[in-house]
Design a protein around this ligand. Structure first.
Ligand code: CA
Ligand code: CA
Ligand code: CA
Ligand code: CA
Length: 270
């Protein structure tokens, strides 16, 4: 048991958690039922976690986790005039990674990357009420006039393609992306209506200095010498000769071992 735990810790990657900025990130949703539409929006917040092949000069990025929430409920009023109204709201909306952890690296090309087949889970509650003649129209389509759906009951979905821009500016890692969606409300009842829209996300985090052990923005032979002085092996404290203030524990598991060397070497080999 302890062995398995140590192995898991030894494999802990050098993850970077980026905070989503709710001031510049939002979800915008349009709900259409029987040709009547209304839209609403909310700021979004949360985080995403990535691993870079080399933090000094990344050529590839792995999207390891994300957890995004809508800060306000979305509210819709579909007005059918003489035929009545539908009131709908979506509360506590949340989208998060279904299998967080180590993921494949995706190449960064012209400042952006694409992750494929990303599994996700949803959460939140969608409720609606149809009043007047529109209620009878919904019934004829086999849809109740009032319902509440817990999105957390849905099985995991797959995002075929998640693309985002990635940049490093003055020691800050920035990732920004946009996700468009267009889904039938009920796949078995496509004429009922659709939910369409987009989410815009901007996230950032201070970039760890990583393999640049002497702080001169490279990973060269001088850094390699410092790394060797700090090497202590798996589960041991850093080597006694490790220079003061140098942190060669690049995967944050309180040792300087071969896992840290692998991370160091990705930058050194560039
Ligand atoms: Ca270790
Ligand atoms: Ca250096
Ligand atoms: Ca140097
Ligand atoms: Ca370590």
């Amino acid at each position: 048991m302890i062995c398995a735990l140590l192995l898991t810790m030894a494999a802990a990657p050098a993850d970077i958690e980026l905070t989503i900025d709710p001031n510049t990130s939002r979800i915008d949703v349009e709900l259409c039922v029987q040709d009547e539409c209304d839209s609403d929006q909310s700021s979004i917040s949360g985080f995403l976690t990535v691993e870079l092949d080399c933090p000094l000069d990344p050529a590839a990025v792995a999207l390891e986790d994300f957890d995004v929430v809508a800060d306000q409920p979305l509210e819709f009023h579909l007005d059918y005039g003489f035929f009545g109204d539908i009131f709908a709201d979506a509360r506590d909306l949340r989208l998060f990674h279904a299998q967080p952890g180590d993921q494949p690296f995706n190449p960064i090309i012209d400042g952006s990357f694409t992750a494929n087949n990303v599994p996700f889970l949803k959460d939140g509650v969608v409720a609606y009420l149809a009043e007047g003649l529109i209620c009878g129209i919904l019934r004829n389509l086999g849809v109740p006039c009032e319902d509440e759906v817990d999105l957390g009951d849905d099985p995991p979905g797959i995002l075929d393609e998640v693309s985002a821009d990635i940049a490093i500016e003055e020691g800050v890692l920035r990732i920004s992306g946009r996700l468009d969606f267009d889904e039938p409300l009920d796949p078995e009842n496509p004429e009922l209506g659709r939910i369409t829209g987009f989410a815009i996300m901007n996230a950032s985090a201070p970039l760890p200095s990583g393999p640049d052990l002497d702080g001169d923005k490279d990973a060269d032979l001088a850094d390699m010498r410092a790394f060797q002085l700090c090497f202590g092996g798996s589960g041991n404290p850093p080597g006694e000769a490790c220079p003061q203030g140098v942190n060669a524990d690049l995967d944050n598991d309180d040792d300087v071992d071969l896992d840290d060397y692998r991370i160091f070497f990705r930058c050194f080999a560039k």
